[in-house]
Design a binder for this molecule. Sequence first.
Ligand SMILES: [Zn+2]
Ligand SMILES: [Zn+2]
Length: 364
Amino acid sequence: MRTRAALFRAVGEPFEVVELDLEEPGPGDVVVSMAAVGICGTDLHQVKGEFQRPTPMVLGHEGAGVVEEVGSAVRGLSPGDEVVLSWAPSCGACADCRRGRPAACVPLHRAIAAGTLVDGTTGISFRGETVYRGTATGALAERVVVAAKAALPTGGGIPLEEAALLGCAALTGVGSVLFAARVSPGSSVLVLGGGGVGQFVVQGARIAGATTIVCADPVEARRAQALQLGATDAFDPADLEAGLAELAPEGVDYAFDAVGDPSTSAAALGFTRSGGTTVIVGLPPTGSRLDLDPAQLTRREKWLTGTMYGSEDPAVALPILLEHVRAGRLDLASLVGPSYPLDAINEAVEASLAGTPGRVLVTP
Ligand SMILES: [Zn+2]
Ligand SMILES: [Zn+2]
């Protein structure tokens, strides 16, 4: 079996679209024909050299498509089903998986660091050379072979360009509010960063019933979008301190750092009220260190935590998000950015690096 895919070789080199060899799917695998793949911050970390992972690699882990073929042992999925890819199919056996936290699965994170699937293989090669998989997925391709539990059915009725966003940004952003922080109605929420994930944190806060939702981002278009999606106020980071002095003089109940830079994480903690909760959502570059005043945690009793992929099993979280989409509470359409064919992968990555509002999509 073969597929065309976008190959990332090294920092500073353009992606190359090549035809890869795929190993035949096993009895528990499915073949998914990709319809739309979002360019996520994690992909950009790699493009910028902020993560060290093996190459050549097929990046992309936020995608939706149509099941093309199912292995003999697969139940509950059939050719033609529309699916969202989950990058945390997990091992199912480690302590984290058994506690229902597959996004924290140790073998999964080992696999992500090694550029493989959870079983240690990649199943793809180019002219005999192993090709690695970004975030245990490798979705920037016309077709991918994944374990059946990594293909979650949408039930149809949602355009695949929109459904793609559910696969990482929405599960991460909305999940950080509903499943990690468990924001209660009437709360005040601060969101640092109005990119793909940040806009979903804003929507999660609205869905959770937060009554003050402040978003900070240096890009005007992103602030405008946050206001449309449920933020009650939006500021340039330079004006945030003055703005919050009016809106939440004691600090906010919950502050989410959707950027993941040590400086934004420290700022989020600083803007949290005594006893409030700070959640790091964005992924920091490898080697980052946080410099904090411990008195924020002792004398002021703040809670500082982080979340990965919304802190819930994607197989549990996705149906909940789909329900919010169908009920009109979770807006995917206005977060869909420009889309590019696979052959224009380099333009797509450029657009994403430039901070284009909305998720930049590749439609293989
Ligand atoms: Zn992602
Ligand atoms: Zn596990």
